[in-house]
Design a protein around this ligand. Structure first.
Ligand code: NAD
Length: 497
């Protein structure tokens, strides 16, 4: 019988009233591995109701209690990270080492959240007026929803969940229905760490569940990560319903290579960032912008490296796994056909490569295009697959103009040995996360993650101090304790004396 993946509501598995379900695939075999429940409105309401009743008490629990749970969760996640990674590989397809890498990056956010007592400290001013003190506090929002994409089944939820919980909120996580199992392992670990029931729930589902969360009157805030059209929709709908929203969208990340760059370093970086996780990363490099005259040399070095890559089942020690679904694999393959048709030079074709895995897997090898121009769909669209496009430009200024004209602004990188050029780039580029000789500049947990332009809707980036601000509301208290010197009646605007 096919395995059934149920919700986790109020501290336990919940499989009661699900009417619909979706297939979950093992992308390395193409077989249906499980069926995941898809919540309807009633189930969504149940999850929110459980969160509402847990949120009040959790917000009132002491910082010491909350921090203890966080530390315990950190230890448990660290000790079970191989299991979480295996669950990711089984449903997403990324190779095991990469899956382990994402859990490790998620753990870093848990570690950051363990510092909640420090992060929540307010300010205090004594005697702002005679015998009057002012202090600021930050309080939890209540119930928050986290809606996450398929490509980081553990790391993306962990960008938000530990901080939301540490700051006293209850969370309903709606993970991607394509890779739902890792979130349930996280739920078990939270429970084992001593988190009270209802503070963290997992609600599986699709648009039906998302729409209810976006409009539910008791959901105070929404953290969303996914493609740009859905991010825009989520932002518009949830803000129209009075919610605080951060909606992180898609990307088209450029790596600029200046002629003085270390070309071996640049070639390694382009291959790692272009084909790692089969290009299914929001920080993947998909446009390689090479300033004359080094494109031929760089491409030769990239080709050498591609020839050593093994595509196959991520459990077999390969370099690159399959794509997440057949539909996605076919969509990426159709972009390769479109690139050829548009006149780009197809240097390596991922459609006819060998792979180390089951025939039925959703395979597509690394693909390299040269002579790509900005109007081609392989450049304009986020392909989200192992397709790297080389765009040749004449100067640094042309490279910068290209990056800045792109509607996305998630991540970018410059490769150069010229400190002045790198400094100019980090100053002039219209992108939220910038790497200098670093291809995937994902900020550490204590900085904040987020793009510009169509890569993020809302004001607040994920994790770091912006994450703490997002999940809390500020309050300022002005206080005077009883004193023999009462001020008496005064209808004027308060002034300090
Ligand atoms: P997606 O937009 O299809 O799905 C994201 C979430 O939205 C899922 O939970 C899904 O169930 C839900 N959803 C899908 N369609 C919906 C609809 N019509 N209405 C309401 N909810 C809907 O994204 P995906 O394919 O799972 O993930 C890949 C995308 O995520 C890429 O575009 C990638 O760039 C982006 N991403 C961005 C970041 C970032 O930090 N900016 C990080 C990871 C992934």
């Amino acid at each position: 019988m096919t395995r059934r993946i149920t919700h986790w509501i109020d501290g336990k598995p919940f499989g009661g009233i699900s009417e619909r379900s979706a297939d979950v695939y093992d992308p390395a075999t193409g077989q249906v591995a499980a069926q995941v429940d898809l919540a309807d409105t009633d189930t969504t309401d149940l999850a929110v109701a459980a969160a509402v009743s847990a949120a009040r008490e959790w917000a009132q629990s002491s910082l010491s209690v909350r921090t203890r749970v966080l530390f315990k969760f950190r230890e448990l996640l660290d000790s079970r990270k191989e299991d979480v990674a295996a669950a990711i590989t089984a449903e997403h397809g990324k190779v095991l080492s990469d899956a382990l890498g994402e859990v490790t990056r998620g753990l870093e956010v848990v570690e950051f959240a363990c510092g909640a007592p420090h992060l929540l400290k307010g300010g205090f001013s004594e005697n702002v007026s005679t015998k009057v003190d002012v202090y600021s506090i930050r309080q939890a929002l209540g119930v928050v929803a986290v809606i996450s994409p398929f490509n980081f089944p553990a790391m993306v939820p962990l960008w938000f969940v530990p901080i939301a919980i540490a700051t006293g909120n209850a969370v309903v996580l709606k993970p991607s229905e394509k890779a739902p199992s890792a979130s349930l392992l996280l739920a078990e670990l939270w429970e084992e760490a001593g988190l009270p029931p209802g503070v963290f729930s997992v609600l599986h589902g699709d648009k039906v569940a998302v729409d209810r969360l976006l409009t539910h009157p008791r959901v105070a805030a929404v953290s969303f990560v996914g493609s740009t059209p859905i991010a825009r929709y989520v932002y518009g709908t949830a803000t129209a319903h009075g919610k605080r929203v951060q909606a992180l969208g898609g990307a088209k990340n450029h790596m600029v290579v200046l002629p003085d760059a270390d070309l071996d370093l640049a070639a390694d970086a382009a291959v790692n960032a272009g084909f790692g996780s089969a290009g299914e990363r929001c920080m993947a490099i998909s446009a390689l912008v090479v300033v004359d005259p080094v494109a031929d040399d760089l491409i030769a070095k990239i080709l050498e490296r591609i020839s050593t890559l093994r595509t196959g089942d991520g459990r077999r020690g390969t370099d690159m796994g399959p794509l997440v679904t057949k539909a996605h694999r076919d969509k990426v393959a159709s972009y390769i056909a479109a690139g050829e048709e548009a006149g780009a030079s197809l240097v390596v074709d991922g459609r006819d490569q060998e792979f180390d895995g089951d025939e039925g897997g959703f395979w597509l090898g690394p693909t390299l295009f040269d002579q790509v121009s900005p109007e081609m769909s392989i450049y304009t669209d986020e392909i989200f697959g192992p397709v790297l496009s080389v765009l040749r430009v004449r100067s640094y200024d042309d490279a910068l103009d290209l990056v800045n004209a792109n509607p996305y602004g998630n991540g970018t990188a410059i490769f150069t040995n010229d400190g002045g050029a790198a400094r100019r780039f980090q100053n002039e580029v219209q992108v939220g996360m910038v790497g200098v000789n670093v291809p995937i500049p994902v900020p550490m947990a204590y900085y904040s993650f987020g793009g510009w332009k169509n890569s993020l809707f809302g004001d607040t980036h994920a994790h770091g101090t912006e994450g703490v601000s997002f999940f809390t509301r500020g309050k300022v208290v002005t206080s005077r304790w009883l004193d023999p010197g009462h001020g008496g009646l005064n209808l004027g605007f308060p002034q300090n004396t």
